[in-house]
Structure formats: structure tokens, C-alpha cells
Design a protein around this ligand. Structure first.
Ligand SMILES: *Cc1c(COP(=O)(O)O)cnc(C)c1O
Length: 371
């Protein structure tokens, strides 16, 4: 391994990054083969970025190093008490070759909110953005350029202190890794079926539902498996057994006959940046948008009367996906109509148009990472 001397000049965030290049980095041919068929979350770039935090020293030791295993003591608190948070955003290759990401300051702010809930230290937004830029500086060639492909960026933070007592850790690690991502849907976006979980919840009142933390995902795996057994792609969770919440990794929006879009409101929902952006685009087009409590009965009755014409899911990974069917233990809602699907798909087209630089970025959502 070549150890380069720390960069002489501090970065925009005032950090002096120690960069160690990966001598075993993939060759251009190997990388091209991976980028031709990346899948999702299977392959990782040549480097990773990390910083440490300690109670005494704050955030320190910013590094870029070869992607590889992390050394942890078996007693590291995260392995026992799940004190962990993460983020997810994509880097897009624009037509002029530049690399940009979408609303990263929102991810930074959300990571600070997640950190507060999980009793982890706040990572300043400038360091968050800087960490993405440092990774792109060494692994920019990993951002694919085929339509609808991207480099998925995964910042995460966890308690690494070797201590089995139960209290917030005094030593924490923050990392960013990156994984090239294919177009989520090959052969066009198909409506998905979702399973209504009535037996399990992903979060509860006062719980961690609004934080992007691994534990929420751990608790969603069993209901997700139950959904798959029923032939469904995703699970819909309810809040207090009554109100629509979210899909566990994606937010939900209902489409009404008059064009109104309604999304559930609850303090156990993870506030998606995709949802916020899609609803803004809908508002720009003149749609009424409401964020309020929605019961499962309202959806059921609305679908039966024709007032509710469809639904869609939204999140960074799948962007916007029409929901064709909701299956429950003792009932089913089918949205066969195309109007709502067309709306979902045209909002998706507009959002990805902005993300890939095909459309004007009128809200100032894009941030350049390679300059
Ligand atoms: C990340 C996430 C979402 C979607 O958020 P985006 O910012 O749109 O990617 C929705 N629900 C959960 C539980 C999430 O973790």
C-alpha cells in the first residue's frame, strides 16, 4: 500500500484528509465489467472514507483508505445494542461528464436528526458533504453513465466503543462506502403489490421510526418475508394498527380522483427526501398536496367509491413506483386504472430528469461532487 502524505491543503470543511490509495484497485476493464451489470449493493468501489469521534477529541482522523474489512472488538457496542444510523443518496453522471448528487444537505440534516435520536454525535453538514467529495475524488470513475444508473453512496455511523454497559458510546465511527447501482427496474417500471402487515409494526409511538437506523430494518425483515410468501414485493406498515405509515424503506402517497395527493403524517415515519421532492414537483404542477393521518379504512372505502384512484411508493433506490395492489389478510385493494400510474411515472420522469441533468434544476437541488 502506498501511503501518500496528507494533502497539504485543508478541504473546504477545513479537514486535512489522509489518503491511502488502493494498490489492488480494480483495473479499468474489471470496473467496466462491473458497471455493465452492477445490480444493487453487490459491488463496492476501491476506497472508503472514515472519521472517528470521541467524547474528548470530537471528530478527528479523516481518512480515505482502500475499501476493506473494519476491525472491531467483539464487545463493540453497536454489535449488542444497535446504536447505528445511516444515509443513502446517489451520485449521477451528467451528460457533460460531471458528477452530481441530489439534495445532500437534506441527507446531512436528516443524519443529524437520526443521530440525536440514537444518542450519537452530530456530524456537521460540511463534513458530511466533504466526505462524499473525498470518496468521489478517488472513485469518481465508478459513477456509471448508462441511463438510470448511478453510484449509490452509503454514509453510516456506529458505536464502536468496546463496552457492554448500556449508555451512549464514547467512541463512534463514521464511514462512507459506495456501490454502483443499475436501473432499479429493467424493462420499464412495473406496478408493485404490497402486503398489509397487521401482525407486526416497524416502529411505535415515541420509538425510532423517524430515524434512519438499522434496527427499524431488522424489525421489518420478518414481515417482509411474510409479504414475499403472499407474492408481494413490499410491506405496508400501519401506525397504531390504524393509520398508514410507510413501506419500511419507502414512503407512500395516495392519488385522489381530483388530482389531490395525500401522504400519511406520523412521527414514526422516516421523512423521505424523494417524497418531499416529488410532492414539490406535483405542487408546481398545480396538484393539491396534503400531509395528514390516513386510515386504512379511508383507502379501502376511497378505492371502492372511486375517490382514490391509485397510490405510489417513493425512495432513493426505486425513485417512484406505482402500487397496483394492496393485499391484506381479509381484503384486497386493486388499482388497475392507468391515470394514477401515469401521474406517478411522469413525476418519476421529471425527478430523474432533474437528477440526471436532462431538465433544468429550478429548485437548486443538485450539488456537484467532482469539483
Ligand atoms: C431512506 C428511507 C426512506 C426513503 O427516503 P429517501 O430520502 O427518499 O431515500 C423511506 N423510509 C425509510 C424507512 C427509509 O429508511
Amino acid at each position: 500500500m502506498t501511503v501518500n502524505l496528507p494533502l497539504q491543503a485543508p478541504s473546504a470543511a477545513g479537514l486535512v484528509w489522509n489518503v491511502t490509495r488502493n494498490d489492488a484497485a480494480k483495473t479499468a476493464e474489471e470496473r467496466a465489467a462491473i458497471l455493465a451489470d452492477p445490480g444493487f449493493g453487490n459491488h463496492f468501489t476501491d476506497h472508503m472514507v472514515d472519521l472517528c469521534w470521541s467524547e474528548k477529541g470530537g471528530w478527528h482522523r479523516p481518512r480515505v483508505s482502500p475499501y476493506g474489512p473494519i476491525q472491531l472488538e467483539p464487545s463493540a457496542a453497536v454489535l449488542h445494542y444497535a446504536q447505528e444510523i445511516f444515509e443513502g443518496l446517489k451520485a449521477y453522471r451528467h451528460g457533460d461528464g460531471s458528477i452530481r448528487t441530489f439534495r445532500p444537505y437534506e441527507n446531512a440534516a436528516r443524519m443529524q436528526r437520526s443521530a440525536a435520536r440514537l444518542a450519537l454525535p452530530a456530524l456537521p453538514s460540511e463534513i458530511f458533504i466533504d466526505s462524499l467529495r473525498q470518496l468521489i475524488a478517488v472513485d469518481g470513475d465508478w459513477v456509471p453513465s448508462a441511463p438510470e444508473t448511478s453510484l449509490y453512496l452509503r454514509p453510516f455511523m456506529f458505536a464502536k466503543e468496546a463496552f457492554l454497559g448500556v449508555r451512549p458510546a464514547k467512541k463512534v465511527a463514521y464511514y462512507v462506502i459506495a456501490s454502483p447501482a443499475a436501473a432499479y427496474f429493467t424493462g420499464g417500471v412495473q406496478p408493485v403489490s404490497i402486503w398489509l402487515s397487521t401482525k407486526y409494526a416497524r416502529a411505535g409511538k415515541g420509538g425510532t421510526g423517524a430515524a434512519k437506523t438499522g434496527g427499524n430494518y431488522a424489525s421489518s425483515l420478518l414481515p417482509q418475508a411474510e409479504a414475499a410468501e403472499h407474492g408481494c414485493h413490499q410491506v405496508l406498515f400501519l401506525d397504531e394498527g390504524t393509520y398508514l405509515e410507510e413501506l419500511g424503506g419507502m414512503n407512500i402517497v395516495l392519488v385522489f380522483k381530483d388530482g389531490t395527493l395525500v401522504t400519511p403524517e406520523s412521527d414514526s415515519i422516516l421523512e423521505g427526501i424523494t417524497r418531499d421532492s416529488v410532492l414539490q414537483l406535483a405542487r408546481d404542477r398545480g396538484h393539491d398536496v396534503e400531509s395528514r393521518k390516513v386510515t386504512i379504512d379511508e383507502w379501502r372505502e376511497g378505492a371502492a367509491s372511486g375517490d382514490i384512484v391509485g397510490a405510489f411508493a417513493c425512495g432513493t433506490a426505486a425513485v417512484v413506483t406505482p402500487i397496483g395492489r394492496l393485499l391484506a389478510e381479509d381484503f384486497e385493494i386493486v388499482h388497475a386504472g392507468s391515470a394514477s400510474s401515469e401521474l406517478a411515472l411522469s413525476l418519476r420522469e421529471e425527478l430523474t430528469g432533474i437528477q440526471y441533468g436532462r431538465l433544468e434544476d429550478r429548485h437548486g437541488w443538485m450539488t456537484r461532487l467532482d469539483a
